[in-house]
Design a binder for this molecule. Structure first.
Ligand SMILES: Nc1ncnc2c1ncn2[C@@H]1O[C@H](COP(=O)(O)OP(=O)(O)OP(=O)(O)O)[C@@H](O)[C@H]1O
Length: 342
């Protein structure tokens, strides 16, 4: 079986200042960042380098519009999901680099809608157009904090604020065939775009109101908004099932020993470790798709990679959009070193 490559994009967020510390090269597929030596993070592996080069499927510069991002990054996976293939779209980057803006959107303008609302809009428009199948869409919304899963859409939740720890805890269960099931994660039928958007909004609200003291910025947890698509071929018993995960990852910055202690250090370790396990899976999948390696894909190491296991690699469509704040590009280059260095 030929394996799909993971498509990796970069988006540079707008800044007030004019910056000249990066250059987009190779027809919009390469990025060169110049980092003065004194600003380099101490852990950079090769700290003699000042020029760092990265390669992507496409680099979106500061003026890129949300619609362009949706078309290039998300649409192939959305279309594949409607055609019966699983998929995953991630946003990866430092806190404040634009992950949530990219996935969910900005609050000010309709044109600022991000990948998730645009995906919903596209899917429900397509359902009206496609008459050969009848479709049902269900939605779930999972938050992963310190490698524990929480259901952001539990029907028993009242409107009032709750602690994250009060939300239903989601656990992983593996059946005899090695399939992963999520116990306690509710899935909600969403017959219309409006109902799906309401679920997104509800989950986002619960996510914000349930922040723990240690989790004051939602950037400390990973969120997975999942669409379960069931398509039944009209006039037959043929049923096709697929799912599409839309993932807003926790901030990718490394926290150095000197700057975090106690619970914050524990939380940062969980984030770093889970992002590291995700990187390991992505690197292994990339190598496999390039025919370099057939080694085992280490999905079991974290809750997130276990949840995404059947929606990454193989015949699934996977896109990752790395977001970058060019004012803090020294940290960026460090955190993406493993995956994106040429
Ligand atoms: N491309 C963009 N265009 C306009 N505004 C943006 C863009 N990217 C980010 N912003 C703005 O920058 C701020 C930080 O972005 P955002 O919250 O998306 O970052 P984040 O990476 O999700 O951070 P966190 O990890 O804290 O959740 C927000 O006010 C957002 O609206």
């Amino acid at each position: 079986m030929t394996e799909n490559k993971i498509n990796i994009f970069l988006r540079i967020r707008p800044t007030k200042k004019q910056l000249s510390n990066y250059e987009i090269v190779d027809d919009g597929q390469g990025l060169v960042i110049d980092i003065p030596k004194e600003n380099q993070a101490v852990e950079v592996i090769n700290n003699t380098k000042e020029r760092h080069e990265f390669r992507f499927n496409k680099v979106f510069d500061r003026e890129a519009r949300q619609e362009e991002i949706f078309q290039d990054v998300a649409l192939p996976a959305v279309t594949a999901a409607l055609d019966g293939f699983n998929g995953t779209i991630f946003a990866y980057g430092q806190t404040g680099s634009g992950k949530t803006f990219t996935m969910t959107g900005g609050p000010e303008k309709y044109a600022d809608r991000g990948i998730i609302p645009r995906t919903l809009s596209h899917i429900y428009n397509e359902l009206r157009r496609r008459s050969d199948f009848s479709y049902q869409i269900h939605v779930s919304y999972l938050e992963i904090y310190n490698n524990n899963g929480y259901d952001l859409l539990d029907p028993s939740l009242e409107e009032q604020a709750k602690q994250l720890e009060d939300l239903p805890k989601v656990s992983l269960q593996e059946d005899e065939d090695g399939n992963i099931h999520l116990k306690n994660l509710s899935a909600h039928h969403a017959p219309s775009e409006e109902e799906a958007l309401n679920l997104l909004f509800l989950g986002d609200t619960i996510r914000t109101t349930s922040e723990t003291p240690m989790n004051l910025a939602s950037s400390r947890s990973h969120c997975i908004f999942t669409l379960f698509i069931t398509a039944c071929k009209v006039g037959t018993d043929v049923i096709r099932k697929s799912k599409l995960h839309l993932v807003d990852l926790a901030g990718s910055e490394r926290v150095y020993k000197t700057s975090a202690q106690g619970s914050l250090l524990k939380e940062s370790k969980y984030i770093n470790v889970s992002l590291h396990f995700l990187e390991m899976v992505i690197v292994a999948l990339q190598e496999r798709s390039q025919g370099k390696n057939q080694r085992h894909i280490p999905y079991r190491n974290s809750m997130m990679t276990s949840v995404l296991r059947d929606s990454l690699g193989g015949n699934c469509k996977t896109s990752m959009i790395a977001t970058m704040n060019p004012e803090k590009s020294s940290l960026f280059q460090f955190s993406l070193h493993d995956i994106f260095v040429i």
